[in-house]
Design a protein around this ligand. Structure first.
Ligand SMILES: *Cc1c(COP(=O)(O)O)cnc(C)c1O
Length: 388
């Protein structure tokens, strides 16, 4: 039976070809190290797990949850927004619980995009923005993220006729895959642009707590008047090592929260209430846990950076995320280089092209292995004669 046209329009899954090559290399008996996937390698913070034990024993948590999230979780999320960013959001009308941010990010396109509409999405970027646009029948317009612009899109380069046909813009800072950060001045420009063209501004805030060297990530909702057109997606996944738990929330413009809620309550039935209790406890976790976690990633970042420098990659240390975005050596495409990394060094890294056309010429390293394993990867690269 033929699948839908919308499914046929989706590019092949980023890791499918890599998975095939990994299987091939493992079958030959090679020990493969993956720096591929952005999934924390250490456990969920202990106080959250403890709260889950209590929460799961509570029979009141066993039935269907409210569609928009428990009152306790929404209120705690609003309090966290105030404490963390100084931003006021109404827990009833401006906050919505999500089954991890990925589903909510995908579903918001269905709330706003019709056939013929455009969306403005970062390239390179998290693949969901582009694919959900296509699922919703829209046309993605790539905003290039370039080194010379510090990996920020240049709104002046967006043709006005495209902006007029656009319903939705996605931004994501701290950024996957580039590790770049954005300041409030940039967010202010984004808000102005989206107000001018009546575009819903969606900010993916997955990495706001994964920051180094004293850097503190801002919220787009700190821009005065941002709530007129903006929503922001927060996720417990990367901040509290909770990728498997599937929980987060989106906050901001009430009409957009309501529209997304309507799509969602026709498709899913919310987040298990015990998980919402545990996610609520996450906000009260002593900041020393987050500090420890960030110290660990910062050490790995420094180990990777020093090792890569010896191989010729002279990169600026990233202030946030657990990603390094690196140029491939001259003479290689992204795909060719990641194949060399796999076959000669037995290290898996995704090609930049997996994140969009402007990812050509780059590859990504995820710091989701301990410092010794990262040292081993560098050694393998050196032994294989890989350098920049
Ligand atoms: C990991 C990631 C997400 C998804 O997080 P979940 O809340 O686990 O669904 C969203 N956006 C970006 C950019 C990510 O890297």
């Amino acid at each position: 039976m033929k699948v839908s046209e919308r499914l046929e329009k989706i590019p092949p899954y980023l890791f499918a070809e890599i998975d095939r090559k990994i299987a091939e290399a493992r079958a030959k008996g090679h020990d493969i190290i993956s720096l591929g996937i952005g999934d924390p390698d250490t456990p969920t913070l202990a106080p959250i797990v403890e709260e889950m034990h209590r929460a799961i024993d509570n029979p009141k948590n066993h039935d269907y949850p409210p569609y928009n999230g428990t009152e306790k979780f929404r209120k705690a999320s609003a309090v966290w927004m105030k404490k963390r960013f100084g931003v006021d959001v109404n827990a009833d009308s401006e906050v919505l619980a999500n089954i991890g941010s990925k589903e909510a990010i995908a579903h918001v396109f269905f709330a706003y995009v019709d056939e013929g509409d455009y969306t403005l999405i970062p390239d390179p970027g998290y693949p969901v923005y582009k694919n959900a646009t296509i699922f919703a029948g829209g046309t993605p317009y790539a905003m290039p993220l370039l080194d010379e612009n510090n990996w920020l899109p240049d709104f002046d380069k967006i043709p006005p006729e495209i902006a007029q046909k656009s319903k939705l813009m996605f931004l994501n800072y701290p950024n996957n895959p580039t590790g770049a950060t954005a300041d409030l001045e940039f967010f202010t420009k984004a808000v102005e642009f989206c107000k001018k063209y009546d575009i819903l501004l969606c900010h993916d805030q997955a990495y706001c707590e994964m920051t180094y060297d004293g850097y503190v990530a801002p919220s787009v909702l700190q821009v005065p008047g941002a709530k007129d057109i903006a929503i922001e997606f927060f996720s417990h996944s990367k901040s509290y090592n909770m990728t498997g738990w599937r929980v987060g929330f989106v906050a901001g413009n009430a009409a957009a929260i309501k529209a997304l809620g309507t799509i969602k309550n026709n498709i899913d039935s919310g987040v298990f209430k015990a998980i919402q209790d545990a996610a609520t406890a996450a906000y009260d976790v002593d900041s020393k846990y987050i500090t420890e976690l960030n110290k660990m990633y910062q050490e790995r970042r420094d180990v990777a950076q020093a090792g890569l420098k010896e191989l010729g990659w002279d990169i600026k240390p990233s202030k946030a995320t657990f990603y390094l975005w690196l140029p491939v050596p001259k003479g290689y495409t992204s795909e060719e280089f990641v194949t060399v990394m796999l076959e000669k060094a037995h290290v898996v890294v995704p090609p930049g092209t997996g994140y969009g056309q402007y990812g050509e010429g780059y590859f990504r390293i995820a710091l989701t292995k301990d410092a010794d394993t990262i040292r081993e990867c560098i050694k393998r690269m050196k032994d294989a004669g890989i350098k920049y």
